[in-house]
Structure formats: structure tokens, C-alpha cells
Design a protein around this ligand. Structure first.
Ligand code: PFF
Length: 464
């Protein structure tokens, strides 16, 4: 690695860059479908509770490790203690698993954006009743689209192609500039669409209640498993990304404050996206559990229907999908950039070669995810389609493992004081006590419990 390590120009630069990586499909696509599926209000409550405790502690720890060592994840852990070099490698596997299926979904967004621009908005809102045997099933445009072989593949290629081009030419800076302007537009649009659907769609208020009022009878250990996986994913934790960001951070920037701002921003966008999607699905389906538990396609089925009822909905839909596309691109670019630099550092490859290798791996892992509802619909791993499997393997298994070992590493190897000292460089660390208690006791025990439940539930040993 070169001796000059670039750093962010100021506090805002760091927060915006980290937020640009954090805010993406995780907030707009993944959070709403999980909230709808896992009980609405109760999921929201668990998510927020985990975010201010675990999320905060892990985020400050990762940033501090990065800044202290000035290294990216692959080297940072090993630098602090040789026996933990493997942790950096393990953390690096996470982005490699995420990027391919992230790009498949990015491809769906690209397709919807192009569809809205080219005048197919009406078609995208269609949901038909189809007779299957003696049952009537609802089939959406999205179902038909993902059931084809060529389309999801084509749009996957377009999305990952754009990502690779940006990484190859190293023009992230330009993209980041654009995204800084567009991020506020995305937030404003989300608020507008949420208000529009709540105030104009019959029955949406019941959906708002479902989303905001915790119903404790809907609580299960799976709510916690899902919320914790989502937390890591959304805040780009337990995959070495925040360590890398920390390594670029100047010593005079307050880590505690920055972490709180990133969290607030990230959770705020997720909350608003939920408000935009969940009440609308609730209203369209009359609160039907099956519709609420629909999963990955939720946003792509519900939002076109909301846009269809709006005056000027086609234009608003087009702008909306463009914003989501850009948010997805800033995230996929930072994912790919991370992997490319790992390959460059570890295997001493040039940027071009490294990009090529990452593209080939992503194609190998992404193609099965793109074909999960068509050609390879019958191939299941642990009862899941490829996309769901990769999502589960990274979010519910690998990330908790990395998070668990990271907390043990901080608590018992380098000791919380190492992190606290780094954070205290810019003044008093206000949440010092809370941080120590969480990192030393609460987090290791809870993450272990969550991990075991996720594994047992996947193996169908227990049904939770
Ligand atoms: N946090 C991103 C999201 O919520 O969409 C996903 C992500 C982006 C993870 C970039 C990791 C990363 F490096």
C-alpha cells in the first residue's frame, strides 16, 4: 500500500462519505420488507433499541480501530494482534458475498427506472388474478419479470457494469458529489410519497398503526435475528467497511458524534422508507399476513401501485427510482472498491486485473441469484432461493460471527480502553460506561444467542 493515505477534508466529509455508503438498498428496499414481515411496530422497536446499543458500540469500535492503526480491515486486526489476522480476512468475505446479489437488486431498480422513463409505468402497477389449480393467485408485473431468464440477467449486467466502470476509472469522487446533492432529494421524495399514500389511500392509517404500534404478541427470536442482521447490513458494520473509513479519518474529528450522526441519518432514511411502503401494502392487502410477508419484491410491487394513483405519478416514480438507483450505486461502488483494494493489497494485483477478478466472481455468484425465480427456481439451498440464501448467509451468519469475534477482540484482547482512548482524543467520551458494558458483556452473549438461533432455524431444528 502506498505511504500516503488520503484523508477526509473535514468532519462533514467523513460523515457524508460514510452515510453515502450506509444509505442504500438496505434502507429503502430491505428495511421495509423486513418490517412488514416481522410484525411492523415490534420490529421497529427492536431495531431502534439494537441500533443505539449494539450498533453504536460496534460502529465506534470499528472506526476507532481503523483510525488507530491507519489500516484497512485486512491488516488492522493483525496489526493489533497477530493471532487475529484471520478476522480481517473473514470480514472481507462479507462484501464479496453481498456485492453480487446487491447488484441483482440494483438491476431490478435500473429496470424500473427505465420502465418509468419509457412509459411502462402503468404496466408495472398491474397485479392479475391467475387460476392455479383450484386456487386463485395474485401475479404481479414483478413476478412475471423475475420469472424471465434474460431480463434480470441483462439488468444485473448493466448495474454491475456501471459499478465496475466507476471503480475502474476511479471516479468515485464525482459520483459522491452527485449523491450529496441527490440524497436530500431522495429524503424529500420519500416523505412526500409516504404522506401521499397515508392521506389518500383508504385504510392506510391502519397500516401506519401496524408500523408504529408494537404488538408484543408478534415478537419472536426471529424478530431479533432479522433486526440485528439488518442493522449490520444497513450501517455497513461487521464487514470491515467502517474500519477502512476510520483509517481515512483525521485525529481531530470526534468519533462519537460522527457515529451518532451516521446512525441517525441511516435509521431516519430506513424509518421513512418503511412509512412509505408498509402502510400502502397494508391498505392494498387489507392487512393480509401473506402480502405483508412477501419479501424482496415488496417495494417493486407496492410502489408502482402508489404511483399509479398519483397525479403526475409517472414523473414522480421516475425521479424516485433514479434516486434509489443512485443511492444503490454509491453503495455498490463502495462495496466493489473495498473488494478490489483487498485483492490489490493481498495478491498484489493491479487495479484493472483486480476489477476483472471481482467482476468474474460477482458474475459467478450473481447469475444464480438473478435466475432464482426462473431457470433455477427449483434449486434451493436450505429451502432458500440463491438470493435469499446469500442474503441469509451474509447477514444472519457471517456478520454476527464477525461482530462476535470483534467484540471479544475489543473486550478481552486490546481491551475497551484502547478504543476509549482513541475516541477521547477529541474530548470526553460520553457513552463510555455504556460502551464498555455492551462490548464486554451484553454484546458477546446476545450475538452468540442470536447466531445459534439463526443456525438452528435454518437447519429447521427449531421453528421460530
Ligand atoms: N449499507 C448498504 C445498504 O444499506 O444498502 C449496503 C452496503 C453498502 C454494505 C456498502 C456494505 C458496503 F460497503
Amino acid at each position: 500500500m502506498g505511504s500516503t493515505r488520503s484523508s477526509f477534508t473535514g468532519k462533514l466529509g467523513f460523515v457524508l462519505a460514510a452515510a453515502g455508503s450506509a444509505v442504500g438498498l438496505g434502507n429503502i428496499w430491505r428495511f421495509p420488507y423486513l418490517a412488514a414481515k416481522y410484525g411492523g411496530g415490534i420490529f421497529l422497536l427492536v431495531y431502534v433499541a439494537l441500533s443505539v446499543t449494539f450498533g453504536f458500540s460496534l460502529m465506534v469500535a470499528e472506526i476507532a480501530i481503523g483510525r488507530k492503526t491507519g489500516k484497512s480491515a485486512v491488516q488492522a486486526f493483525g496489526d493489533l494482534d497477530k493471532r487475529f489476522s484471520f478476522l480481517g480476512l473473514l470480514a472481507s468475505v462479507v462484501p464479496i458475498l453481498i456485492l453480487p446479489y446487491y447488484s441483482v437488486i440494483g438491476g431490478w431498480v435500473t429496470k424500473y427506472f427505465v420502465g418509468f422513463v419509457s412509459g411502462s409505468a402503468q404496466d408495472m402497477a398491474v397485479v392479475e388474478s391467475v387460476q392455479v389449480g383450484d386456487k386463485v393467485e395474485l401475479v404481479s408485473y414483478f413476478d412475471k419479470y423475475t420469472a424471465t431468464v434474460t431480463e434480470p440477467l441483462f439488468w444485473f449486467a448493466v448495474f454491475i457494469g456501471i459499478t465496475a466502470l466507476v471503480v475502474l476509472f476511479g471516479v468515485e469522487k464525482g459520483i459522491e458529489k452527485v449523491s450529496k446533492v441527490l440524497m436530500p432529494v431522495l429524503i424529500a421524495l420519500t416523505v412526500f410519497i409516504a404522506c401521499y399514500s397515508i392521506f389518500t389511500i383508504d385504510g392506510a392509517w391502519d397500516g401506519v398503526a401496524y408500523y408504529l404500534k408494537p404488538d408484543f404478541s408478534k415478537f419472536s427470536i426471529m424478530t431479533v435475528v432479522a433486526a440485528m442482521g439488518q442493522l449490520f447490513y444497513s450501517m455497513s458494520l461487521a464487514m470491515g467497511i467502517m474500519i477502512t473509513f476510520g483509517s481515512y479519518m483525521k485525529k481531530d474529528i470526534n468519533i462519537e458524534k460522527s457515529a451518532k450522526q451516521i446512525e441517525l441519518f441511516d435509521t431516519g432514511v430506513a424509518f421513512l422508507a418503511g412509512l412509505m411502503v408498509v402502510p400502502a401494502v397494508f391498505a392494498f392487502s387489507g392487512g393480509d399476513e401473506k402480502a405483508l410477508g412477501q419479501g424482496p419484491g415488496l417495494m417493486f410491487v407496492t410502489l408502482p401501485r402508489v404511483f399509479e394513483t398519483m397525479t403526475g405519478g409517472t414523473i414522480i416514480g421516475a425521479i424516485f427510482f433514479l434516486m434509489v438507483l443512485l443511492a444503490a450505486l454509491t453503495s455498490s461502488i463502495s462495496l466493489m472498491e473495498t473488494i478490489v483494494s483487498i485483492f490489490m493489497d493481498k495478491f498484489k494485483l493491479g487495479r484493472k486485473m483486480s476489477c476483472l477478478v471481482v467482476l468474474v466472481i460477482s458474475a459467478l455468484l450473481g447469475v444464480p441469484s438473478a435466475l432464482g425465480s426462473s431457470a433455477w427456481a427449483n434449486v434451493k439451498i436450505l429451502g432458500m432461493q440463491f438470493l435469499d440464501f446469500f442474503d441469509f448467509a451474509s447477514n444472519s451468519i457471517l456478520m454476527p460471527i464477525v461482530a462476535l469475534i470483534t467484540t471479544i477482540f475489543v473486550a478481552y484482547i486490546i481491551k475497551p480502553k484502547a478504543v476509549i482512548d482513541e475516541i477521547s482524543l477529541t474530548g470526553k467520551f460520553k457513552w463510555k460506561k455504556l460502551f464498555s458494558v455492551i462490548i464486554c458483556y451484553v454484546a458477546p452473549i446476545c450475538i452468540l444467542a442470536i447466531l445459534v438461533s439463526a443456525i438452528l432455524s435454518a437447519a429447521k431444528v427449531i421453528s421460530i
